[in-house]
Design a binder for this molecule. Structure first.
Ligand SMILES: [Zn+2]
Length: 96
C-alpha cells in the first residue's frame, strides 16, 4: 500500500530540526546528504553559506530525517521518488 502522498510531512519536528541545522549549515561545512549518489551527479557536496537547502528525509522512512541537502537535490529526490525511480542511498549516519 503506497497511500496518498500529501505535502504535510512537515511538522513541528521538522521546523525544530531545521532551526538546529541552520547555524551549522551557515558555516559552509555541511555536506549534502545526496552527495556521491549516482543519481545526483550534479551535487557539489558542500552546502555553501547562502545556498538554499532543505532537510532531507530517509527515502524508505519519511519519519526519519537524514540531514540538510541542497534545495535542488531535495527537489530532484522528490521528483525521482514520485516516479519510483529513486534508488536507496547508503546509510548516512549523522551524529549529533
Ligand atoms: Zn546536493
Amino acid at each position: 500500500v503506497t497511500g496518498r502522498t500529501t505535502a504535510n510531512g512537515y511538522g513541528h519536528t521538522h521546523q525544530q530540526l531545521r532551526e538546529q541545522w541552520a547555524p551549522i549549515v551557515a558555516t559552509g561545512t555541511v555536506v549534502c546528504t545526496r552527495y556521491d549518489h549516482p543519481q545526483f551527479p550534479r551535487c557539489t557536496g558542500l552546502i555553501h553559506p547562502g545556498d538554499q537547502w532543505e532537510l532531507g528525509h530517509n527515502d524508505q522512512d519519511k519519519s526519519i530525517y537524514t540531514g540538510p541537502e541542497h534545495l535542488t537535490c531535495n527537489r530532484r529526490a522528490g521528483g525521482l521518488k514520485r516516479f519510483g525511480k529513486l534508488e536507496p542511498t547508503q546509510e548516512t549516519n549523522l551524529e549529533w
